[in-house]
Structure formats: structure tokens, C-alpha cells
Design a protein around this ligand. Structure first.
Ligand SMILES: Nc1ncnc2c1ncn2[C@@H]1O[C@H](COP(=O)(O)OP(=O)(O)OP(=O)(O)O)[C@@H](O)[C@H]1O
Ligand SMILES: [Mg+2]
Length: 251
């Protein structure tokens, strides 16, 4: 089966002579949830942005469902089958939920956009119930659902999520992970960056550990959860130790 995403030997950064990623590779297949973890500054967000066409790839390639998509401009990535939800500023707080979806569907023809918005309302009744409310009054978890709902308007094959549970309570994070799992069950592939390493790996199929812009460890999530080297990569701390106390998974 052709993987949904192949990122191969990606070298990328923000300035031409200063690569942040030094040849990173990863794959996602249909129906999979794949988690990227790694210390702060490892290059996780840079990789997500490079795949999404927001950071220039200087060498290496990105394929989406067998089609080359290296350096396809971000606004054309939806057409290439990729939805991207950045960590911050992912909804317009002064617009209503419905207006956020209309803006998100702007690239679609009007009838298709309307159909997709109703489909997303069907998937996430909380958005339908509050369609006239400003996004700024939503809880963090609801806002994240809106951001994901907006990315789903174009029916992406691959959904890229940068820290979808950042700032959420453990309960809201668990609900978000359940939502993400459903998206994969419905046939998309999900690649997500997570700080909430243990909880994310527990609901993922596979994971990659990045550090200093390089692949360090990858494998089935269960093997990563048991891997003692990962603590050392996080500078002696277990990944969860990096979280505020109220967001840790284990007592
Ligand atoms: N817009 C930018 N311009 C220049 N350098 C940047 C920019 N964004 C990130 N960097 C640098 O790239 C490196 C990797 O950052 P990145 O945001 O990809 O890390 P990360 O693994 O997502 O970290 P975190 O866990 O803190 O989100 C860091 O050294 C960072 O300072
Ligand atoms: Mg980041």
C-alpha cells in the first residue's frame, strides 16, 4: 500500500544556510495515528510546517499519497490532500464558529463549502449547537475542535496537528485524542506533534522521537513507551516531567 505521507531526508530551516532539520524521514499510512515527540527546539513544528508548505525544504522530498508535494505552497496543500492545524492562532476569535468554517472553506465552490460545513457540524454537534457564538468564547478544547473541523472541510487524506492538546485539561485532552482516533478510523492518516508524550503514544499506532533536527528513535508506540533511552533524549527527564503538574498523566 502506498503510504499517505512519505517525508524523506528532509533538510529545512528558516534561513538558507541554517538548517534546523538535518535529513528527517517519516511515513504515515492510511488509518494510522503517528506521534512525533522530542525536546523543545527539536524541530517538531518545523517538520510539520515543512510538510505543510510553510517552511522551505532545501533537500529531500515530501510525497502525499504517491504524489510529490515538496514545497507545494501552503494554500495549495489542501488540494494536495493535506490539512494542517498549527498550535496557536488556529481560529479567528472575533468571528463566529460558522464564519470560521466559511473562511476555512473559501477555496471550495459555494455549494461544496456549504455541504462540507454541514458535514463538519454533523461530525461535531458542539460546533453546530454554538454556530453563532464567537470562537473567542469557546473553551480551549472546543476551539481545537473548531480548528480541526475547519481543516476537515477539504476532506484531507493527511491531517497534521501541532500540539492538539496543548493547554487542555487531562479530560479535554482525552476527548481530543478520542476525536483524533476517530478521524483516523474514518480513513485519514494523522501525524501529530505532542508534548503530552505518554498519553499521545498510548493512543497512537507509531511514534518518532526527534532531537536536534534528527530522527532518533521510532517504532510502534508500545515500544516507545517501554524505551528507556527516550528519557535520556529528554535530558534526563521523562517526557511527562516536562509538563506542568496538572497536565501529567501519572501520579
Ligand atoms: N520562525 C522561526 N525563525 C527562525 N528560527 C525558528 C523559527 N521557528 C523556530 N525556529 C528555531 O528552530 C528550532 C526548532 O524549533 P521548532 O519550533 O521546530 O521546535 P519544536 O520541536 O517544535 O519545539 P517546541 O517543543 O518548543 O514546540 C529552534 O531552534 C527554534 O529556535
Ligand atoms: Mg513546536
Amino acid at each position: 500500500m502506498t503510504p499517505l505521507l512519505v517525508a524523506k531526508d528532509i533538510v529545512a530551516g528558516y534561513q538558507p544556510d541554517l538548517p534546523i532539520l538535518h535529513g528527517v524521514s517519516m511515513e504515515v499510512t492510511k488509518g494510522e495515528v503517528v506521534t512525533i515527540i522530542g525536546p523543545n527546539g527539536a524541530g517538531k513544528s518545523t517538520l510539520a510546517k515543512a510538510i505543510a508548505g510553510l517552511v522551505h525544504v532545501t533537500s529531500g522530498d515530501v510525497w502525499v499519497d504517491g504524489t510529490i508535494a515538496t514545497n507545494v505552497a501552503a494554500h495549495q496543500m489542501a488540494g494536495a490532500g493535506v490539512g494542517f492545524v498549527p498550535q496557536t492562532a488556529n481560529v479567528f476569535t472575533t468571528l463566529t464558529i460558522e464564519e470560521n468554517l466559511v473562511v476555512g472553506g473559501a477555496a471550495l465552490a459555494k455549494p461544496a463549502a456549504n455541504r462540507q460545513i454541514e458535514r463538519v457540524f454533523g461530525l461535531y454537534p458542539i460546533l453546530a449547537d454554538r454556530r453563532g457564538d464567537k470562537a473567542g468564547v469557546l473553551s480551549g478544547g472546543q476551539r481545537q475542535i473548531l480548528a480541526i473541523g475547519r481543516a476537515l472541510l477539504t476532506e484531507p487524506k493527511l491531517l497534521l496537528l501541532d500540539e492538539p492538546t496543548a493547554g487542555l485539561s487531562p479530560k479535554a485532552a482525552a476527548e481530543m485524542f478520542a476525536t483524533i482516533r476517530e478521524i483516523a478510523t474514518d480513513g485519514s492518516g494523522v501525524l501529530m506533534v505532542e508534548q503530552n508524550a505518554k498519553a499521545a503514544l498510548r493512543m497512537s499506532d507509531r511514534g518518532y522521537v526527534l532531537a536536534e533536527g534528527e530522527n532518533r528513535i521510532d517504532g510502534p508506540s508500545s515500544s516507545l513507551l517501554d524505551n528507556k533511552e527516550i528519557g535520556a533524549i529528554f535530558l534526563g527527564a521523562r517526557p511527562d516531567d516536562l509538563l506542568p503538574v496538572n497536565q501529567r498523566n501519572d501520579p
